[in-house]
Design a protein. Structure first.
Length: 195
């Protein structure tokens, strides 16, 4: 009888043990007084509407964001990694199953030795079908890994969106500059003809 509480105590103490090393974030290779609030890199992918004021450019960017296949793939990848994270998070909890059964049967009088009878059978079971004690932190580490992959994929999707916005804006600005150069060339040709 004493062995069971001791075994339970030992198993509870061992569930807190983790063999995964503690993560220490390395120092960033940027100056401490780096101004991130005014930096263009600080602009979030969703803040592009505040950066660009030209209505034609905004419409082009909206169209590109709605129809870009790479961005769609990135969004779907985020959803897939989010599902993987949820699966790993659920692995930390026990799988509980519950079943219920009810049967009702009429037994004729010829079999019951007299009047007919009704037999009722009820049963219910609840059980833990699968659960792994996380003695050395394996399940927690797998959950943390899935979370990190999910967050990395989310940042990849944001950078894909930001790159798409930047590429469309660059192409639009190049087009406007080319139009200005064409007008200047036409004016230069007219003044050359006049002179």
């Amino acid at each position: 009888m004493i062995k069971r509480p001791i075994a339970l105590l030992v198993s509870l103490l061992l569930t807190g043990c983790s063999l995964a090393p503690d993560y220490l974030r390395p120092a960033a290779p940027i100056p401490v007084n780096y101004a991130t609030k005014t930096s263009p890199a600080a602009v979030q992918a969703t803040d592009w509407q505040q950066v660009f004021t030209d209505p034609a450019l905004k419409k082009l960017i909206d169209t590109a964001l709605q129809n870009n296949r790479d961005l769609r793939v990135a969004v779907l990848n985020v959803e897939a990694y989010q599902a993987q994270y949820r699966i790993q998070r659920a692995a930390q909890l026990p799988d509980i199953t519950a079943t219920g059964y009810q049967a009702r049967q009429r037994i004729p009088g010829t079999y019951s030795g007299g009047a007919s009878a009704i037999s009722n059978t009820d049963s219910a079971t609840v059980g833990i079908s699968a659960y792994e004690l996380d003695m050395f932190g394996r399940v927690q580490s797998l959950k943390d890994q899935a979370l990190e992959k999910y967050l990395a994929q989310e940042e990849t999707q944001r950078s894909t969106q930001l790159s798409l916005v930047a590429n469309v804006a660059t192409a639009y600005m190049t087009l406007l500059a080319d139009h200005d150069l064409l007008r200047l060339a036409e004016q230069t040709a007219k003044s050359y003809e006049q002179s």
